[in-house]
Design a protein around this ligand. Structure first.
Ligand code: UDX
Ligand code: ADP
Length: 461
């Protein structure tokens, strides 16, 4: 039992984390369970349910040796002494805190499942992002068991990013483990630290109390998102002043106090964590009577929304204030490159805004077309989904880049240009293309936060 680890929730966080853990800790038996049968079937198949570079090898190397995927939540709880909980914690859509607070129903259900099926003491670890002091509530629920069992709650937030999950899990900047300060909590902490010591150096394992650990996860994401919103806000100013956002990013990033990461301007941040975590932080600040702090962080989300709207406004303005009936090739729908994930992708809002203007969309993405279809299922308007970029570009009036996929740089834009309607436009929402070369091919090119390269005699920046 001491060497059996269970993870409840086989999503983007739980499954990769456990695969890397199993890979590094051969003497542990790692079971990943989920109520979603399809997902578990996919984890047990040749085609894993998520696209993540390097993940296939790690899963296939360990699967059915010391890594198991199953729908038997009950059986897993009985067998394991250590339970990671990695179920979803979406933002509440109704009730108190709607639109901001986390919906803890899946988490609480898991806690109740754990009580019901446990036959001995357990360590329960929060992996999902949770509002600070959730552990306390969970500890109360778990302690209310009438079986006389002891449950230790540990907070061990995950900092991996999609697209680089396997590397991030294998070589993280730090592993954060928060525990209760009593003797039992500290004993549990030592056991979890010992697991990570299999592959992480001691100086990268940071231990704290539970509250600091929970809050650190929210703050790390909020501060990363804040950097993105900061640079995006400046991209708007660059477009008005002929300053170039790439030079500004470079210039400030060379300051070692600022650093070069997370200052790439784009169409706004997406992903399942940033917005949810900031709103969570905002809600907590409001709850604890700190309206100024709440408003400060909420502005990060407002700028993010503004950036997407601003991008669409620019498209409409540049295309003679009318995109109705015009085909627009959308390159990229994932919230970032190297993932098929589209949760909170800025592409969703941007495509919906374009559809509201009655544009016809031809969406192309190397990994995210399936999710794109689900995200736009309720949107009315003409949408086609194209595996082939040339098909999307043919007869299009504009190409709009929404995700920074590496392969987009190597496409044959000369061929696309020939097949497009004229004047042909490119709106590069990620600044990944060679704008001068495109301009020379005949395109009217509108990067983000940089001077437009425009053959047309319309208003320039
Ligand atoms: C994030 C955190 O990085 C990670 O630590 C946490 O565990 C989960 O949330 P993730 O959402 O997977 O990870 O991706 P990330 O690389 O952080 O990118 C988030 C969004 O910000 C993407 O939409 C990305 O395109 C955008 N971004 C990032 C920018 O627009 N500019 C940048 O410079 C960096
Ligand atoms: P994340 O990105 O945080 O990993 P996901 O939505 O990808 O989030 O994964 C969360 C997983 O948790 C889903 O596959 C969902 O089916 C699973 N889940 C939710 N509630 C339960 C539960 N009570 N028992 C087992 N699995 C659950």
């Amino acid at each position: 039992m001491d060497k059996t680890i269970l993870c409840i929730g086989a999503g983007y966080v739980g499954a990769p984390t456990m695969a890397v853990l199993a890979d590094n800790c051969p003497e542990y038996r790692v079971i990943v369970v989920d109520i979603n049968e399809q997902r578990i079937a996919a984890w047990n198949s040749d085609k894993l349910p998520i696209y993540e570079p390097g993940l296939d090898e790690v899963v296939k190397r360990n699967r059915n040796k010391n890594l198991f995927f199953s729908t038997d939540v009950q059986g897993g709880i009985k067998k394991a002494g250590i339970i990671f909980v990695s179920v979803n914690t979406p933002t509440k859509t109704s009730g108190r805190g709607a639109g901001k607070a986390a919906n803890l129903q899946y988490w609480e259900q898991t806690a109740r499942d754990i009580i019901e099926h446990s036959e001995n003491d357990k360590i329960v670890i929060e992996k999902s992002t949770l509002p600070v002091r959730t552990a306390e509530a969970m500890h109360r629920i778990l302690s209310a068991n009438d079986k006389g069992l002891n449950f230790d709650i540990i907070s061990n937030p995950e900092f991996m990013a999609e697209g680089t999950a396997v590397d991030d899990l294998q070589s993280p900047d730090r592993v954060l483990i928060g525990a209760m300060e009593d003797e039992s909590g500290q004993r549990a902490l030592r056991r979890i630290v010992a697991i990570y010591q299999h592959w992480i150096a001691d100086n990268k394992i940071k231990t704290t109390n539970v509250w600091s650990s929970e809050l650190s996860k929210l703050v790390a994401n909020a501060m990363l998102a804040q950097r993105v919103s900061s640079i995006n806000s400046i991209s708007a100013l660059c477009e008005k002043t002929d300053a170039n956002i790439l030079d500004v990013s470079d210039a400030i990033g060379m300051d070692s106090r600022i650093g070069a990461k997370f200052i790439k301007a784009g169409i706004g941040f997406g992903g399942s964590c940033f917005k949810k975590d900031i709103l969570n932080l905002v809600y907590l600040c409001e709850y604890y009577g700190l309206p100024e702090v709440a408003a400060y962080w909420e502005q990060v989300v407002k700028i993010n929304d503004y950036q997407g709207r601003r991008f669409v406004d620019n498209i409409v303005n540049r295309m003679f204030n009318n995109i109705a009936g015009k085909k627009i090739a959308v390159f990229g729908f994932a919230f970032k490159a190297d993932t098929g994930d589209t949760r909170e992708s800025p592409a969703i809002t941007i495509c919906k805004l374009l559809l509201e203007e009655n544009a016809q969309l031809a969406i192309h993405d190397p990994q995210a077309l399936h999710n794109a279809k689900l995200d736009l299922a309720d949107s009315s308007g003409e949408i086609s989904y194209c595996e082939n970029p040339a098909e999307a570009a043919t007869d299009a009036h504009a190409i709009v880049i929404l995700t920074e996929w590496q392969q987009f740089k190597d496409y044959d834009y000369r061929q696309f240009y020939r097949a497009m309607k004229k004047p042909a436009f490119i709106f590069d929402g990620r600044n990944i293309l060679d704008h001068q070369a495109l301009y020379e091919l005949g395109y009217n090119v509108f990067p983000l936060g940089q001077k437009a390269r425009n053959h047309l005699d319309c208003h320039s920046y």
